[in-house]
Design a protein around this ligand. Structure first.
Ligand code: PLP
Ligand code: COI
Length: 343
């Protein structure tokens, strides 16, 4: 219905930044239940100054995208996985979970209402969707909130890392984004607050972002900024870290399936010692925002380790990218249940 509307956006130059779109979804949890929820045009939240989200970081979010297919229709990629991960985040910080079917329905409502913001097929741009739950209401002790807001908003975006599919360099940081048995596996704001300074320091040194090591021993590679890590070995294995303190990336999980079933590769989820990264001939960062970003090199203890090349994408990384993005935009048939059409 909204397809008749149009927006004047140069899709080829948009980056990853906030833009107010027309509608967002809002539901309140009070007296033990979520209300019916509705679309609203107001992008401001009016909440108590004592909200737990503001004081104690009781909030979690998701990141997902809607893709315009060649035939003009719009689709989501594995939205059930985002809904389930959000429930997991809620359990970790004692927030009310939003039902999976209602989560998907709310996302679809927001995408449909803002369909004119879904970038055209072929531009590479997508509609980024941000579901969010925050603890609200009057409270001052350190305890779960008496009320919650679930909201979903969206905006058209381009590449998260400048350059898109061009290899970029990262630097290992001494900081941690999460503790060994902390909240690293939950998508909660505190992890991201902890990442702001290491990110800024990495950027000041000329790197795209920082690499986190495992918080217990600082010997194993964990995450690439706000994305997961994968490496390709000389004998063609897809390797990605196994750790309770990284965010279980839906892109990463999808790539393990694609590597195995589409590229006939062996997949290993295991410890990756930073001292042994020269076993990889290619490496990448993967995530909803990052898609697949090839890692040119990683600086560790003053030495830059270069993988495939500083300028060219490695052949396996390219194949993984083409397969993943092909499925996300509807050009390649993916595994059953991965695609959910919006309209
Ligand atoms: N790791 C972190 C810290 C992230 O914020 C994200 C983004 O969501 C990812 C990894 C990638 O996860 P996904 O592929 O589910 O977007
Ligand atoms: C995502 O990939 O969706 C993220 O959440 C990463 C970042 C923008 C926070």
């Amino acid at each position: 219905m909204n397809m008749e509307k149009s927006v004047n956006i140069d899709w080829s130059t948009i980056g990853f930044s906030y833009r107010k779109t027309d509608y967002r979804y809002l539901s309140y949890w009070k007296d033990g239940k979520w209300d019916d929820g509705k679309l609203t045009e107001d992008n401001m939240l009016h909440i108590s100054e004592s909200s737990t989200a503001l004081h104690y970081g009781q909030q979690c979010f998701e990141g997902m995208k809607a893709y315009r297919r060649k035939d003009g229709r719009i689709q989501l990629f594995r939205p059930d996985r985002n809904a389930a991960r959000m429930q997991n985040s809620c359990r970790r910080i004692l927030m009310s979970e939003f039902p999976i079917d209602r989560f998907i329905e709310a996302v679809k409502k927001v995408v449909k209402a803002n369909a004119h913001y879904v970038p055209p097929y072929g531009t590479g741009a997508t509609l980024y969707i941000r579901p969010l739950i925050i603890g609200i209401g009057d409270n001052i002790g350190v305890r779960p909130a008496p009320e919650y807001i679930f909201t979903v908003f969206c905006m058209p975006v381009g590449p998260y890392f400048k350059g898109g599919m061009a290899p970029i360099n990262f630097i290992v940081t001494d900081y941690d984004r999460a503790a060994p048995f902390g909240t690293g596996a939950a998508k909660v704001g505190g992890n991201y607050a902890a990442s702001l300074l290491p990110h800024e320091e990495a950027v000041k040194k000329g790197f795209a972002d920082c690499i986190y090591l495992d918080p217990a021993t600082h010997t194993k590679l964990e995450e690439v900024g706000a994305a997961n890590f994968f490496g390709i070995t000389k004998d063609n294995k897809f390797v990605t870290p196994d750790s309770p303190s990284i965010l279980p990336s839906i892109t990463r999980e999808s790539l393990t399936v694609l590597a195995k079933d589409f590229l006939d590769m062996k997949v290993e989820e295991r410890d990756i010692y930073i001292d042994e990264i020269d076993e990889f001939v290619e490496a990448g960062a993967c995530g909803t925002a990052a898609v697949i970003t090839p890692i040119g090199g990683i600086e560790y203890k003053g030495k830059l380790h270069v993988f495939h090349s500083q300028t060219e994408v490695g052949p396996i990384t390219k194949k993984l990218y083409d397969t993943l993005v092909g499925i996300q935009f509807g050009d390649i048939e993916g595994p059953e249940g991965w695609i959910d059409l919006v309209e």
